[in-house]
Design a protein around this ligand. Structure first.
Ligand SMILES: NC(=O)c1ccc[n+]([C@@H]2O[C@H](COP(=O)([O-])OP(=O)(O)OC[C@H]3O[C@@H](n4cnc5c(N)ncnc54)[C@H](O)[C@@H]3O)[C@@H](O)[C@H]2O)c1
Length: 454
């Protein structure tokens, strides 16, 4: 099929590359010329395991452009995957979505096109996008679109760091539209994924035993709500174990064992039940705010979702309190952060706990240094003048530091030369924000080692 993807960020690029790999002809469109230039040259613009390999393999089916005129008229399906960042009040900023919808309306061809919201958009946005496209089409063509297009929702559930795996081997595919023709077109596109009938890339083998992928085919509003409800639930699970973790610390219980004991109940499950610094990233916080804002429009409150957010952000201040309790005075001290990305295997720094913690420490007069295996370059560009000394190696973070905080659980950090690090520090003290390192090993290396949850 001919597919156009508007917005070539984490979601748009991953989707485009996977659909091209499956044999579709894909136009990836972005207003950011630098991104398009880089992708043209075969250079991925984000860090994502195996993206460069899949990009190379699918390149003959991929075109990158900044031109709506080039991408839209040929497309049978247009995905909108632009950003929907939060506004200060919590509601998502829909200006990119508006602009993408209006430009799509200008360039629609006479053949039936399905326009799909892949961006996470508030409930009702499908209808809004439909109206924007219709108005824009009418303004440019001086006629009504008369069944030339339909709008669908196809929420994205990929996780950064495993985005390609999640896209090729999803837990489910959700499509929503009020027009059956749109659902049929999307079903045809996703059929190889649903039936798992495509040859898997050698570097991303199909998980053993994976059969057909469940399809949820529903109406527009339900598809839109599924995305928000799923993200809020996952975020709540993390906040819940963090709240239990705080109590575990008080009563002297081991939160790792408690989480295991809870999670082995098949009704609960062990995933998203790791206590620690909590979630960050571009989605959970923004989607929970949007859910609360949407409910507010209907006069509803969502106290559970609101509490989940509050508990999450409390975790970041708890790290600072742990440092304060141990070091007494933070002014003039040097704290090293291990990890900047909001989670391992990505370079995404949106709402990264590391930057928030760094800000809180700098405000208290600390010097902050930080290392990350892949996000350093992005951090230098995106840390908004925050005074952080960026270090190319973990050893530099530790040199003469008064404390370290493990912020991101990069696997490489498990096997650092901890003895050497301890010797290089002024005081070998480490707060493990992810309950990730081996307590005995760190203690043997000479560290005073504490976890966020005792
Ligand atoms: N990142 C994730 O893990 C993830 C997962 C699921 C859903 N989502 C949702 O998907 C959407 C996209 O997220 P992302 O992380 O890929 O965002 P992103 O910021 O990485 O990418 C968005 C891209 O859209 C481009 N863009 C903006 N306006 C445009 C326009 N009018 N025309 C063409 N391109 C335009 C930007 O230049 C940018 O490259 C958001 O709604 C997000 O909530 C994200």
């Amino acid at each position: 099929m001919n597919v156009a993807i508007i917005g070539t960020g984490y979601v748009g690029l991953t989707t485009g590359v996977c659909l091209a790999f499956l044999g579709n002809h894909v136009w990836c469109l972005d207003t950011d010329q630098e991104k398009i230039r880089s992708l043209h040259a075969g250079r991925p613009t984000i860090y994502e395991p195996w993206l460069a390999e899949l990009l190379a393999q699918a390149s003959r089916n991929l075109c990158f452009t900044t031109s709506y005129e080039a991408a839209i008229p040929k497309a049978q399906i247009v995905f909108i995957a632009v950003g929907t960042p939060p506004e200060p009040g919590g509601a998502p900023d829909l200006r990119y979505l508006r602009s993408a919808a209006q430009s799509t309306g200008q360039h629609l061809s006479d053949d039936f096109t399905v326009v799909v919201n892949k961006s996470t958009v508030p409930i009702g946005c499908g209808n809004w996008v439909e109206a924007l496209i219709r108005e824009s089409f009418e303004a440019h063509r001086r006629q009504k679109p008369n069944g030339r297009f339909a709008v669908a929702s196809n929420p994205e559930f990929l996780r950064e760091g495993t985005a390609l795996r999640d896209s090729l081997y999803p837990d489910r595919v959700v499509i929503g539209a009020d027009e059956p023709r749109a659902l049929d077109v999307l079903y045809s596109l996703y059929r190889p994924l649903i039936e798992q009938s495509f040859p898997a890339p050698t570097f991303l083998p199909r998980p053993e035993g994976l059969g057909a992928v469940p399809l949820v085919s529903t109406d527009l509003a339900s598809a839109e709500l599924i995305k928000y409800a799923a993200n809020a639930f996952l975020a709540l699970k993390i906040s819940y174990i963090n709240e239990i973790g705080e109590l575990a610390e008080k009563v002297g219980a081991d939160i790792t064992q408690v989480a295991k004991g809870i999670g082995l109940d098949a009704r609960i499950g062990t995933r998203f039940l790791q206590a620690g610094l909590g979630w960050g990233g571009s989605c959970f916080g923004k989607d929970m705010s949007a859910l609360v804002a949407t409910a507010g429009e209907y006069g509803l409150r969502m106290p559970i979702v609101e509490a989940g957010r509050e508990v999450n952000f409390r975790q970041r201040e708890r790290v600072v309190k742990k440092l304060l309790a141990e070091m007494k005075i933070l002014k003039g001290k040097t704290v090293g952060l291990l990890g900047l990305a909001f989670k391992p295997n990505t370079d995404d720094l949106r709402d990264a706990p590391a930057l928030d913690i760094a800000r809180r420490l700098v405000e208290r007069g600390c010097r902050v240094r930080a290392h990350d295996p892949v996000a350093l370059e992005r951090a230098r560009r995106e840390s908004d003048g925050l005074e952080i000394g960026f270090c190319d190696a973990p050893a530099e973070v530790g040199k003469d530091a008064d404390a370290l905080v493990l912020v991101t659980e990069w696997p490489d950090y498990r096997d650092l030369d901890w003895e050497l690090l301890a010797k290089s520090m002024r005081t070998p003290f480490l707060v493990d924000g992810r309950n990730f390192l081996d307590r005995d090993r760190l203690t043997r290396a000479g560290f005073r080692y504490i976890r966020l949850n005792g």
